[in-house]
Design a protein around this ligand. Structure first.
Ligand code: GLN
Ligand code: ZN
Length: 769
């Protein structure tokens, strides 16, 4: 291989593209189909049209090899389940009766049959449907979707590359089917799965595919020697097939680590690696194995999951370094562009000075094409692109928005004691007991009450100018009055105002903080037909005015019982936003924490004696590799403490988290130094209470006794039984009684009935103490 041939061959490619369409046509079509307003044929036609538009757009932007098969009407992991025939037994009949209805039944469930479980795709905010496998699983190949979509792109005269979830990742993401022992290891099915992949590859080859991409992001996580062996076996077998397409094994979201030598040795034809945050580690590892002689290297130099313009010169340098390390070097985004919005040029409300710092999917494809051109023909071929890029980068680097001296000075002056409360937990707890005078097993809720149609109408009316701010706020106050009076009547001990003023727990604060941007069209798929618009942490963060104080103060004025102040914590603010890439995450977290700290202090100054700072995302942003956990948890817990440590000892700080498994962050939860934590627990029979107890967690805790994910009303006896289980782990002096999470997705009737039962359960169990 020579550097020159490797460069001259450079191609531009991506692994996937946003599915929804400019006006979220896919969401509308799929939801229309569910409601019976769109026929199956119409849905198929709309989906095919969106694919065509995407491919044409990619090709016009200069993407020379377009992905196929990445499109999905719901989820690409579910598509893989269909491709390998791993239909759960309970869905078999529905799938056989009608493939499309069966597909959506697996995704969403029906009246009688539960859907597949949904969980997060690595450390992104995309959720996939978890494959359910067991020793009896029989795989059968169904390459229809892959072959059809490949054919569609081929018919446009393009050079398509089918993209599949790889067999190792597929098995590593799976879980034992219901009724199968929890220690069943899906990876034991590898030998049965590989022939099915071989069949799909043969079908794609027969359809004319030159290359097929197999995505193995699971290999960027810590893997056991047995798992690495499985990967070696998989690619030895698939690579050893005769008459197969060329195989590109793709990794993204982090460094390959120990898996890199395994894949470098495998008889496959190319590897795709992440050269954004993982660039240095992947480069070193590549050099250590002597490069990829005879193989194609696809270099993910453009960040596929964040929205900032690329530093083209820096990327060209990286690409130049890679040239000597493989037979041919191609340019790509670090991962599928599924994780970013479609097109920054659709934004109308963002200052043009800032807009040019942003690159959504469409802008990223242009960057990738420019880099491939620069790599193949030299920088002279892209002087115009480089000039525009340089100007955008320097505008960002020198903007007063990204450099606010006051914010920077304040963050730099933070000392260890700013992030530590004045008294240790036991003394605080005593002060709070006296100050608050709560009964044993105090009852509370997590914050939100039902977001009613009236509230949504009020917001729409405000946006459309049908009511003014005063009229809107009057409706919010009415709602707060109702929520307070219901809680008093029901006998809840620590009240909330119900969060009626919030559209979303992150966006509400983002809109009020300086340095944060909201988008109008920046939709990103969260799961199925659900899309979110993450705000953008664009500059230095400050809080010009109090954000929640008047609502909490108003609510408190209506009751003698304590009303909790209610904020979203700094880690969650980062996790559900696009973050800055020009400073460490910890620095951004510290700025957000200082802004929130002012809000906490103002809440206290205005009479709040209990303040809750929600951190549901603490666990989900945990880095993929264990060796990175400590550094993350250090800044994350510091940011929480910085937010909350300014209050007096008698002011009680609550936090809230919701996820089932959190065993690996119990120490971090302790390090938050909150006085009370509420957690999701109803479905797992209070398992978290036991995990806390095992750790010796010394503080007060409220494991949820009401599963708010379903409209079902828990009986009084059910909640009482959960409380008694909780008491086996946590003593009565430290046990709180609350639902699993906020009630915003619930209706009033079941909320009323459920909370009445929860309060009654608390009274019953108090009587038994
Ligand atoms: N306080 C928020 C609410 O009740 C918490 C939401 C969450 O944990 N996701 O809605
Ligand atoms: Zn929650």
């Amino acid at each position: 291989m020579t550097t020159r041939t490797a460069a001259a061959a450079a191609r531009a490619t991506v692994y996937g593209y946003p599915r929804q369409g400019r006006n979220r046509e896919l969401k509308k079509a799929v939801e229309g189909y569910w409601k019976g307003r769109v026929t199956a044929d119409a849905l198929r036609t709309i989906a095919a049209g969106l694919r065509r538009t995407n491919w044409r757009e990619l090709s016009a932007a200069g993407i020379t090899e377009v992905p196929t098969g990445d499109f999905s009407s719901y989820d690409h992991v579910l598509d893989t389940t269909v491709m390998v025939g791993a239909i759960p037994a309970r869905h078999r009949a529905a799938v056989d009766a009608d493939a499309l209805d069966g597909y959506f039944a697996m995704a969403r469930g029906t009246q009688d049959v539960a859907p597949l479980e949904m969980t997060k795709w690595f450390d992104t905010n995309y959720h996939y449907l978890v494959p359910e496998l067991g020793p009896q699983t029989v795989f059968t190949a169904d390459s229809t979707k892959q072959v059809t979509e490949f054919g569609e792109a081929l018919a446009l005269g393009l050079s398509p590359r089918p993209v599949l979830v790889g067999p190792v990742t597929y098995l590593l993401l799976a879980k034992p089917a219901p009724g199968i022992a929890a220690d069943f290891d899906p990876l034991t099915l590898l030998d049965r799965l590989l022939p099915v992949y071989a069949e799909v590859l043969a079908d794609l080859r027969a359809a004319g595919a030159e290359w097929v991409q197999l995505d193995e992001p699971a290999l960027v996580q810590d893997r056991t020697p047995a798992e690495l062996n499985a990967a070696a076996r998989a690619y030895r077998d698939l690579g050893g097939l005769t008459d197969r397409p060329k195989l590109l094994v793709a990794s993204y979201f982090d460094r390959l680590g120990d898996a890199l030598p395994v894949l470098a040795k495998a008889p496959v034809d190319g590897l795709a690696l992440d050269f954004t945050d993982a660039a240095a580690a992947n480069l070193d590892a590549l050099a250590a194995v002597g490069g990829l002689p005879g193989k194609r290297l696809v270099a993910g130099v453009v960040n596929g999951r964040n929205i900032w313009v690329n530093d083209l010169e820096k990327s060209l340098t990286t690409l130049g370094t890679l040239l000597g390390l493989a037979d041919r070097v191609d340019v790509a985004a670090s991962c599928s562009l599924l994780h970013v919005p479609l097109d920054a040029s659709l934004e109308r409300d963002i200052d043009p000075q800032i807009l040019r710092w942003l690159a959504f999917a469409r802008q990223k494809t242009a960057e990738i094409a420019a880099l491939a051109k620069g790599l193949a023909l030299g920088t002279d071929a892209i002087t115009a692109e480089l000039a525009v890029n340089r100007a955008a980068l320097s505008s960002r680097a020198t903007s007063p928005i990204t450099r606010d001296p006051a914010v920077r000075a304040r963050a730099a002056a933070v000392t260890g004691s700013d992030a530590r409360r004045a008294q240790a937990y036991p003394e605080r707890a005593a002060a709070q007991r006296t100050h608050l005078g709560l009964p044993l097993l105090p009852t509370t809720t997590i914050g939100s009450f039902p977001q009613t149609a009236e509230l949504r109408t009020a917001r729409a009316d405000l946006r459309a100018g049908r009511i003014d701010t005063a009229g809107y706020e009057e409706r919010i106050r009415n709602e707060i009055r109702d929520v307070i009076s219901f809680q008093e009547k029901t006998g809840i001990d620590v009240l909330v105002h119900g969060e009626p003023e919030r559209n979303d727990m992150v966006q509400y604060f983002a809109e009020q903080l300086t340095g944060y941007l909201a988008t109008q069209q920046g939709w990103v798929q969260s799961y199925g037909t659900r899309y979110v618009r993450p705000p953008v942490l664009a500059g230095d963060i400050s809080r010009p005015d109090p954000m929640t104080v008047r609502w909490t103060t108003y609510a408190q004025s209506l009751s003698d019982r304590p009303v909790k102040g209610m904020l979203t914590g700094p880690v969650t603010m980062l996790a559900w936003s696009f973050v800055r890439d020009d400073q460490p995450l910890g620095s951004t977290a510290r700025q957000v924490a200082l802004a929130l700290r002012d809000e906490v202090d103002d809440l206290e100054a205005n009479g709040a004696s209990v303040i809750q700072v929600d951190e549901p995302a603490l666990r989900e942003t945990l880095p993929l590799r264990a060796e990175d956990h400590a550094a993350y948890l250090a800044w994350a817990t510091e940011a929480f403490r910085l937010t909350t440590a300014g209050v007096r000892p008698q002011t009680q700080i609550h936090t809230h988290m919701c996820y089932a498994e959190f065993g690996d962050v119990v120490q971090a939860i302790d390090d938050l130094d909150a006085d009370v934590i509420s957690l999701e627990a109803a479905r797992s029979h209070m398992q978290v209470a036991h995990e806390l107890a095992e750790h010796g967690y010394p503080r007060e805790a409220g494991p949820g006794v009401y599963d708010i994910h379903s409209p079902r009303v828990p009986s009084q006896e059910e909640s009482a039984a959960l409380l008694r289980t909780g008491l086996e782990a946590i003593p009565a002096e430290r046990l709180w009684v609350n639902p699993d999470c906020g009630l915003k997705t619930r209706g009033w009737p079941e909320t009323r009935a459920s909370l009445e039962n929860v309060v009654a359960a608390a009274r019953t169990v108090r009587g038994e103490l």
